[in-house]
Design a protein around this ligand. Structure first.
Ligand SMILES: C[S@@+](CC[C@H](N)C(=O)[O-])C[C@H]1O[C@@H](n2cnc3c(N)ncnc32)[C@H](O)[C@@H]1O
Length: 289
């Protein structure tokens, strides 16, 4: 551990933030590389003449911050870590950085499946870093979760993340196109979740460079109108869900009503568009018959 005075740290911090970037990314850098948690930083205000203990010196932290500002690479990729709900997850440029708005999907599940001690069968399509599936497997230890992704390298990261949190084996990963790896589970699933690629092609072309140049295209692009993958997932869902099984989809800010129509066309009921914390209809949920 390296020691630095709070006074020196505060001057350094002000200098770094004056160069650009946002506070949230800076906090990730301090936490992941510097070993300073949010609560450590809050304590500084109580003891402004104290001493801080860092895992890396300020020059090293500055070099990572400068790299982030120079080429717009997300700080989470530079640090190799992100925070999502109460999880600390390994991330590389093979997986999407799980977004804070997606965190709500777990609360939607908690609302529907209230008895955590019951045994359910959940699936996630397009798991990326594994965030959603790991959160579910940990919250429902008696349930089984199966998670798929088209990208084997993403699944390896998801698996590492799961192993770092659990010695259980109630989460299994399968590689392949949407439903195809789940052929053995037809008619067995209580719930399927997916946050599929849903960005329309012209929007994708205009994404900020920190997203477009670094995050996997396969995780973002949803075809011409953004709905290509959502349609495929909904159309085949009835084959895999139990009667009255649930489908929860994340969608782009303006796709809720369109996704609702596709669900109705495919005989789903109890359809609801759920807003995220910014008031955007971010999730569309339904029940198969
Ligand atoms: C928007 S990301 C979501 C990642 C993660 N579930 C999350 O919420 O952060 C979409 C994921 O779907 C995967 N994917 C894209 N096309 C796929 C396909 N045809 N079949 C299965 N997975 C696919 C991508 O590799 C990516 O991990």
């Amino acid at each position: 551990m390296l020691s630095t005075s709070v006074e020196e740290f505060l001057i350094w911090k002000k200098k770094q933030l004056s160069k650009g970037g946002d506070q949230q990314s800076f906090n990730v850098l301090l936490d992941c590389v510097g070993g300073l948690s949010r609560s450590d930083i809050n304590l500084i205000a109580i003891n402004p003449y104290g001493v801080l203990h860092l895992k890396k010196d300020l020059d090293f932290l500055e070099s990572v911050w400068d790299k982030h500002l120079l080429d717009s690479c997300p700080i989470q990729y530079l640090c190799g870590i992100t925070f999502w709900r109460d999880l600390e997850l390994k991330v590389t440029n093979k997986v999407l950085i799980p977004r804070s708005e997606t965190e709500l999907i777990i609360d939607i599940v908690f609302n529907i499946f209230r008895r955590k001690s019951e045994k359910f069968f959940f699936a996630e399509l397009g798991t990326g870093s594994g965030a959603i599936s790991i959160a579910l497997a940990l919250a429902y230890p008696l349930s089984n979760v199966v998670a798929t992704d088209i990208d084997q390298e993403a699944l390896e990261i998801a698996n590492k993340n799961y192993i770092s949190y659990s010695k259980q084996s109630n989460l299994k990963f399968y590689c392949g196109n949407w439903w195809s790896p789940l052929k053995n589970f037809k008619g067995k699933l209580d719930l399927v979740i997916s946050n599929p690629p849903y960005i329309p092609k012209d929007t994708y072309e205009k994404l900020p460079k920190e997203v477009k140049n670094f995050e996997p295209k396969v995780a973002l692009l949803g075809g011409e109108d953004g709905l290509r993958h959502i349609k495929e997932i909904i159309q085949k869902a009835p084959l895999f869900l139990k009667e009255k099984g649930w489908l929860i989809l994340e969608n782009h800010f303006d796709q809720g009503e369109k996704v609702k129509k596709i669900l109705i066309k495919n005989k789903f009921t109890s359809i609801e568009i759920v807003k995220d914390h910014s008031g955007i209809g971010r999730f569309t949920i339904g029940r198969y018959k």
